[in-house]
Design a protein around this ligand. Structure first.
Ligand SMILES: Nc1nc2c(ncn2[C@@H]2O[C@H](COP(=O)(O)OP(=O)(O)OP(=O)(O)O)[C@@H](O)[C@H]2O)c(=O)[nH]1
Length: 335
C-alpha cells in the first residue's frame, strides 16, 4: 500500500559508539507509546548487524550492511526508503547511519528518495561521545576529529552524550565548542541519551500523533544553512570521503571462550581499534552476551537472541593489524 501522507524521516548521526542505538531504542519506545509505527533503516560498515538485536521484532527494519550508505551504497538508500514505505507503511522512519558516515552524503540519499516518495526530512540528530570529543578537541587534528566536527555541523539537534565520562567544567567547555561549530542546533547533555524524547523531537519539529498532520513543518528543517550550504555542493561535486581509512575485521568464533581472558584481550586492544561489538558465549557463564566496546570502554549485556545468531566479534578502527587481532582471537578459542 502506498501512503498518501508524508512519511517523516529522521537521520541519526554520530561517530562509532557515541550512543545512536541507545537513542534509537528510546525513540522507538516513545513512538510506540503514541500508537505510531516506527521503521528503521540500519547501516553498518561490517557485514553483521548486531545493533538489530536491540530492536524489537515488531519494528520493521531494513539492514544495509557491508558499506557506508554515504558512499558505496548511497543509491540503495532511496530504494530502501521507498521499499519500506510501500511494504510497511510506517508512520516514521529513522535512518541510523554508520558511525563513520558523512551526514551530508546521507542527506543527499534521503532527498533523492523524495523524488519518488512523499517523505519529509525532519532533520539530523547527532549523538556525540563527550569523552571522545574532549580528547579529539585537545589534539585538534586527525580524520576522526574532522568527521566528528562535520557530523556536529550537520546536526539539527545535538545530544552531548556520555557526560558521565567528563567533569562538569569539561562538559561546559564541550557545550560551548559544539555551539561554536553549530549555532543552530540545540545542545542537549545526556547520560545514555536519557532525555524526554518529545523534547528532542520538538527541538527540531515534532512527529505528531495524527499522521494526517505530518505534512506541515517542512520548513523547520534547516541544516545550518549559511556556513554549510557551500559544503553540500562541494560534497556532491568532489565526493571526498572522510572515512576511507576505516577498516573492519569480522571474526566468527568456533566456540565459547573464557570471559576473563576475553576481557583482558579487549583491555589490551591496540588504540587503533576504536569500536568493537559482538555476540559471545563464555565457557564460564550460562548465558550469552552482547558485547560492546566504544572508545576504550567495554560493556556486556546478557541476551537471549531470537533465531540463529552466531558467535562473532566485529572490530572497527584505523590501520590496525587484522592478523594480530585474528591471532589473539584464535588463541582465546584454543585455551
Ligand atoms: N558510559 C556511558 N556509556 C554509554 C552511554 N551511552 C551509551 N553508552 C554505551 O556505549 C556503547 C555504544 O553505544 P551504542 O548506542 O551502541 O552506540 P552507536 O553509536 O550505536 O554505535 P555504532 O552503531 O557502532 O556506531 C554501549 O556499550 C552503550 O551502552 C553513556 O552516556 N555513558
Amino acid at each position: 500500500m502506498t501512503k498518501q501522507t508524508m512519511t517523516p524521516i529522521y537521520i541519526l548521526s554520530g561517530f562509532l559508539g557515541s550512543g545512536k542505538t541507545t537513542l534509537l531504542q528510546k525513540l522507538i519506545a516513545y513512538w510506540q507509546e503514541q500508537g505510531l509505527l516506527p521503521a528503521v533503516i540500519m547501516n553498518e560498515v561490517g557485514d553483521v548487524n548486531l545493533d538489530g538485536l536491540l530492536v524489537q521484532e515488531q519494528v520493521p527494519m531494513t539492514e544495509m550492511l557491508g558499506g557506508c550508505i554515504c558512499c558505496s551504497i548511497r543509491g540503495d538508500l532511496s530504494m530502501e526508503i521507498a521499499g519500506l514505505i510501500q511494504r510497511d507503511a510506517p508512520d516514521v522512519i529513522v535512518v541510523e547511519a554508520t558511525g563513520v558516515a558523512n551526514p551530508m552524503e546521507i542527506l543527499d540519499g534521503v532527498t533523492e528518495a523524495a523524488l519518488y516518495q512523499k517523505i519529509e526530512l525532519k532533520g539530523v540528530i547527532t549523538v556525540v561521545d563527550a569523552a571522545h570529543l574532549l580528547e579529539l578537541y585537545h589534539n585538534q587534528k586527525g580524520k576522526t576529529f574532522r568527521l566528528m566536527q562535520e557530523q556536529i555541523r550537520t546536526a539539527s539537534c545535538l545530544i552531548l552524550n556520555k557526560t558521565d565520562r567528563v567533569r562538569a567544567d569539561e562538559q561546559e567547555l564541550l557545550a560551548s565548542v559544539v555551539t561554536r561549530w553549530n549555532e543552530y542546533a540545540p545542545v542537549l547533555p545526556a547520560i545514555r541519551c536519557d532525555l524526554e524524547m518529545s523534547r528532542v523531537l520538538e527541538s527540531m519539529g515534532n512527529v505528531h500523533a495524527q499522521p494526517t498532520s505530518l505534512a506541515e513543518g517542512n520548513e523547520r528543517f534547516d541544516i545550518a544553512e549559511d556556513d554549510n550550504e557551500g559544503d553540500v555542493s562541494s560534497h556532491a561535486g568532489t565526493h571526498h570521503h572522510t572515512h576511507e581509512h576505516v577498516m573492519v575485521y569480522t571474526h566468527y568464533l568456533n566456540g565459547p571462550v573464557d570471559s576473563a581472558e576475553f576481557e583482558s584481550f579487549i583491555a589490551n586492544l591496540p588504540r587503533e581499534v576504536y569500536r568493537a561489538k559482538g555476540v559471545l558465549t563464555f565457557s564460564d557463564t550460562a548465558s550469552r552476551f552482547l558485547f560492546q566496546y566504544a572508545f576504550r570502554e567495554p560493556d556486556f549485556l546478557r541476551i537471549r537472541p531470537q533465531g540463529e545468531v552466531p558467535d562473532v566479534v566485529v572490530f572497527i578502527g584505523e590501520h590496525f593489524s587484522k592478523g594480530l587481532i585474528e591471532a589473539g582471537m584464535r588463541a582465546l578459542e584454543r585455551s
